[in-house]
Design a protein. Structure first.
Length: 92
């Protein structure tokens, strides 16, 4: 189950990295870690398993965010975000 949650966290991190700045990671990582703790406690997992799942999912969302930033940097000149298009229209 932890592998599936890690994949979801990576995809969510990529989505966040494509759109938002780095400060979005604080509430996103906190939310993911709280979710991992709730699931671990609900399944009556041992404490060590809960700690590993929490750390793994927190790391996964951060790696996903990093991948999203890399994708945005690589394709940012090709695919402009809406706020970047508006800034280009205002530039003289």
């Amino acid at each position: 189950m932890a592998f599936e949650l890690a994949i979801i966290s990576i995809v969510a991190g990529i989505a966040l990295g494509l759109r938002y700045k780095v400060l979005i990671l604080v509430p996103a990582a906190a939310l993911v870690m709280v979710f991992a703790m709730i699931v671990g406690i609900g399944r009556a997992d041992p404490l060590s398993s809960i700690i590993l799942a929490t750390a793994g999912l927190g790391t996964a969302i951060q790696f996903g965010y990093l991948a999203g930033i890399v994708i945005r940097g690589a394709f940012g000149s090709v695919i402009l975000l809406p706020h970047a298009q508006a800034a280009q229209r205002r530039a003289p």
